[in-house]
Design a protein around this ligand. Sequence first.
Ligand SMILES: C[S@@+](CC[C@H](N)C(=O)[O-])C[C@H]1O[C@@H](n2cnc3c(N)ncnc32)[C@H](O)[C@@H]1O
Length: 232
Amino acid sequence: MGNDRERIFYGRRKGRPIRAGRQRLLEELLPRIKVDLGEDPIDPTTLFVPPVRDVWLEVGFGGGEHLAEQARAHPDIGMIGCEPFINGVARLLSEIDSVGLDNIRIHADDARDLIDCLTDASIGRASVLFADPWPKSRHNRRRFIGPENLDRLARVMKDGAELRLASDQMPLIRWMLFHTTNHPDFEWVARGPRDWRSRPDDWPPTRYEAKAIGKGIACVYLTFRRRARGKG
Ligand SMILES: C[S@@+](CC[C@H](N)C(=O)[O-])C[C@H]1O[C@@H](n2cnc3c(N)ncnc32)[C@H](O)[C@@H]1O
């Protein structure tokens, strides 16, 4: 479905050599919890046993700290995480294995491929946290949040679903705000500075956020809501 355009992923797929235990999890655990993309649309609730009451999506989970914490805090929600960087996937697998989390499914590749396979209005929350900033202006179009991927997310998000974005990079924050507030399907729910200056309590920290805070850089947290679809 929808993979007719040439698609390039610009980020890193591999880092340092992966230790033996994590390599084993990549070979044995990942095949059991990965999302198989085929020709048929995927209703994401069907991926989870025991059944879940909603499914949340995280794009670019890095080492999976936020995803694992959300899964632990919400055992009745199915979490789908997308991350092409295999060392990050291996780290999350190690957490899933040691904690025994059964409500996480992984797409160890580009989120766009996964999103294009999901049924309409099937995701209750989407998070894109500390996305790659691509600071050079000739690379800005590689940023994940932009008109095309907002269309993608809007299609799969339920009416009223939250889109959570965060960054410590001002040019990226301005870019994400510009594109999301100009998109007809999203509205920014902030009422005042406190809403974007502090991370909500139900929003666990990420590794990139911790790095930024360690350097004294302020982070910005943006929450949008997917508008209700027209009744026509
Ligand atoms: C700067 S890191 C942030 C990781 C994590 N969210 C955090 O805050 O610690 C951005 C991550 O997004 C991932 N990423 C970039 N483009 C992606 C895409 N198209 N689909 C899924 N993940 C993507 C990268 O591999 C990288 O791990």
